[in-house]
Design a protein. Structure first.
Length: 231
């Protein structure tokens, strides 16, 4: 994909309408293109308002009826100890409770999926906001590029990063005047990986990436795979 074609993807990126491959390519381009960052900054507010204006999907209307039909089809195998007139009422109550439980389970599952989707969306928005900042500065070294806004928010863009070994993940670090401090863990994507750092980057700080166990580490335990100095 040529540079001109990547310029045309700004609006689609702001609306999260790109597939993973095009999104990764655009993020790598965005880290180096002042023009696209300025254009993206103008789209960010509108795109965010559109994203939060969408209502959550309602449960399928057929769900409750299917539960009721299934419950009615079940034949009781317990000898009733109450008058016969009480059985229909009790059965109805059991069916209602079963339906309520099933709907609650469905709602909980849906809520979890929506939370994960919102988290992923929020992470993408953070990367877009940083890369789209017209006042951001970019620093490169090898396969890594760090984009830092005037307030210290930073995004890391890495190319050709292989998947971490089994039981391992990548961890970002920010080293300023003292020991490196944790800035978040992430997984490699195909081709290009872009993540927002969880720690502010001061002028002159160094951003590093190491491979650590899935639970992370409080200090680097392996040699840095990527080192980018912001000076």
């Amino acid at each position: 994909m040529g540079t001109e074609a990547l310029h045309d993807l700004t609006a689609a990126y702001a609306l999260d309408a790109l597939d993973p491959t095009d999104r990764a390519r655009y993020e790598a381009h965005l880290a180096q293109c002042d023009e696209c960052r300025e254009e993206l900054a103008s789209f960010t507010e509108t795109a965010a308002s559109l994203a939060y204006a969408v209502e959550s999907p309602a449960p399928p209307p057929q769900l409750r009826e299917r539960i009721l039909e299934t419950a009615r089809a079940e034949r009781p195998n317990v000898v009733p100890l109450r008058p016969r007139w009480a059985v229909p009422a009790a059965a109805t109550a059991v069916v209602a409770v079963a339906a309520a439980i099933a709907l609650a389970v469905w709602a909980t599952s849906l809520s979890g999926k929506l939370d994960r989707a919102r988290d992923a969306r929020s992470a993408q928005e953070r990367v877009a906001a940083i890369l789209g900042s017209a006042d951001a500065r970019a620093f490169s070294a090898g396969r890594g590029r760090v984009v830092v806004t005037p307030n210290g928010s930073a995004a890391l863009v890495v190319t050709q990063l292989r998947p971490a070994r089994e039981g391992m993940r990548y961890e970002a670090w920010v080293a300023d005047t003292g020991a490196p401090r944790r800035a978040g863990m992430f997984d490699a994507r195909d081709g290009v990986t872009a993540v927002a750092l969880g720690r502010r980057v001061a002028p002159g700080a160094t951003v590093m990436v190491t491979e650590e166990k899935e639970a992370g580490a409080n200090a680097p335990t392996h040699a840095p795979l990527i080192t980018v100095k912001t000076s």
